[in-house]
Ligand binder design. Structure first.
Ligand SMILES: Nc1ncnc2c1ncn2[C@@H]1O[C@H](COP(=O)(O)OP(=O)(O)OP(=O)(O)O)[C@@H](O)[C@H]1O
Ligand SMILES: [Mg+2]
Length: 503
């Protein structure tokens, strides 16, 4: 009707059992002989039902917030903390502690730590004592030194490279923090606690694992011997309040006219690929585009870890599943996309295309599921198309490359390119249409591009979005069908002019 579309690698031996959910972190190695265990008192009345594991309770209770930017702690602090922690673990019955609710457990730990400080005759100010107590509670009940970072909303990523190095990404910039772990053992325990929530285990025999935090944050762990300098943990923090196109306009990621065009692209059922580098804002953009989908459409989303937050009433969300410890039960993105087609979807949204599912997504786009969308890692719209081509080729389809390109041309309408620039800002650098073929080459046309102009005295990059002067994009007829042609024409007209720089 609109012209174009006629058409984990677990190698370990089978394990007898799944690991039990972590009940408590392993105690630091203590040379002392076991001492009689003190059973924490249960508070009788009004107690909440007992929770199964500290990690579960973590999901229920907001983590304690520690002020950001606290000074780096001294070696002495860590020495004292290790001493007290060791004594605490020897004294307390962790399995009993695990049955209490967070507040009760905190009280119990507080009492015991105060006793230990007195018995050991340690000299500490009240504030030092409070800080130490908070650290110890975080270790025993939550994710240890990660807690203050997990509690901050301004962090996009947390990257732990072994016990002594923790980086975060804030405002697009990566910076080192003063957080560190007691040792790699503590870090591995925390990783273990995280992955045990999804029934996985991370150790020397299965050193790679993807997981999720209870709040939806995406987690990857790679442990020694694969990561040479200690366990490496990467967390993409889940943002409950996703950015909107209006906010992206405020940040200068796109101009208001560009945003209007993206709204129209989202609404009029163009098939869209959002392309960009790691952390460039692809998922955020995809989420923005989906906001403009009409509310009477049936949408099926396929993701590795559910990040998209669609506002429509008729949405089915699907998630892939990694293999279990025996290497069985994996459900791939391709399985999901193929299954989608049997679910009478009007649109299919694929969180990230990175394998043979590219073929199924293109097929879906081509066979009546107009308005399907996906993201993929690539540095330019052209590279995005060649990545799709190689994904299909590597997926084992014996198709000539011209056929694959024809498939790409007949299915993808628009490629939106996102980038994170070196000053940390994120920009939409291209809104590009896929037009057709000339010989073996795919022809595209840019509607919008972002030009870099220079840099200000604070090191911030200066650039501008500009329209390429296309008055009638190839999806014009679609826009007209949806009654959006005037808005489209107005946005394109307004965008002819140079936009003032926003930072
Ligand atoms: N335009 C923007 N301006 C500021 N922050 C942004 C912008 N777009 C995304 N972000 C933030 O950057 C982080 C990464 O965004 P997002 O998850 O969308 O990236 P991605 O490209 O999908 O990453 P990945 O490659 O890991 O999947 C998030 O915390 C998000 O809130
Ligand atoms: Mg993403």
């Amino acid at each position: 009707m609109f012209g174009k579309r006629a058409l984990n690698d677990l190698e370990d031996k089978p394990k007898p059992k799944l690991p039990e959910p972590a009940k408590a972190p392993a105690a630091p190695v203590s040379a002392q002989p076991p001492q009689p265990q003190r059973v924490p008192e249960q508070k009788p009345a009004g107690a909440r039902p007992s929770a199964a594991a500290p990690a579960d309770r973590q999901a229920a209770a907001p983590p304690p917030v520690r002020p950001a930017g606290r000074a780096r702690k001294s070696e002495e602090y860590y020495r004292v903390k290790t001493q007290i922690f060791g004594a605490l673990i020897d004294t307390i019955d962790l399995s009993q502690l695990a049955k209490m609710d967070v507040e009760q457990a905190r009280e119990e730990i507080r009492d015991i730590v105060n006793d230990i400080i007195q018995v050991k005759n340690l000299v500490m100010s009240i504030s030092e004592q409070e800080e130490l107590l908070e650290d110890i509670c975080n270790d025993v009940l939550g994710y240890g030194p990660l807690e203050p970072l997990l509690a901050r909303d301004d962090i996009a990523d947390i990257m732990v490279n072994g016990a002594d190095q923790v980086f975060i990404e804030v405002k697009g910039k990566v910076e080192e923090t003063d957080i560190r772990f007691r040792d790699n053992g503590q870090l591995l325990n925390i990783c273990q606690r995280i992955v045990s929530q999804v029934g996985r285990r991370v150790d020397e025999s299965s050193p790679i694992c993807d997981a999720r935090l209870p709040d939806g944050s995406r987690v990857n762990v790679i442990a020694p011997p694969l990561s040479i300098d200690g366990p490496t943990l990467t967390i993409r923090k889940f943002k409950k309040d996703k950015l909107t196109l209006d906010q992206l306009v405020q940040f200068g990621t796109i101009t208001p006219e560009g945003a209007t065009i993206l709204q129209i692209v989202g609404r009029v059922r163009c098939n869209v690929l959002v392309s960009g580098g790691t952390g460039s804002g692809k998922t955020t953009l995809l989420n923005c585009l989906t906001r403009y989908i009409d509310h009477d459409e049936r949408i099926v989303t396929c993701e590795d870890a559910a990040e998209l937050q669609l506002q429509q009433p008729h949405v089915v969300r699907l998630e892939t599943r990694p293999p279990n410890l025996e290497g069985e039960g994996e459900v791939t993105m391709r399985d999901l996309v193929k299954n989608c087609l049997r679910m009478r979807p009007e649109r299919i949204i694929v969180g990230e295309v990175r394998g043979p599912e590219a073929f199924d997504l293109l097929q879906a786009m081509n066979t009546g599921h107009d308005g399907s969308m996906g993201t993929l890692h690539a540095n330019s719209p052209r590279e995005a198309m060649s990545r799709i081509e190689s994904m299909i080729t590597m997926g084992g389809y014996a198709l000539p490359s011209k056929t694959i390109r024809e498939m790409i041309v007949s299915s993808i309408d628009v490629i939106v390119q996102a980038a994170r620039l070196r000053d940390g800002s994120r920009r939409i650098t291209h809104v590009t249409e896929v037009l057709g073929m000339e010989g073996d080459v795919i022809i595209t046309q840019d509607l919008f591009v972002y030009d870099l102009i220079g840099e200000d005295q604070h090191g911030r990059l200066i650039g501008r979005h500009r329209s390429t002067g296309i008055g009638r994009p190839a999806f014009w007829d679609r826009a007209r069908y949806y009654g959006e042609e005037q808005r489209l024409a107005a946005a394109l007209d307004a965008a002819e002019y140079d936009e003032p720089h926003r930072s």
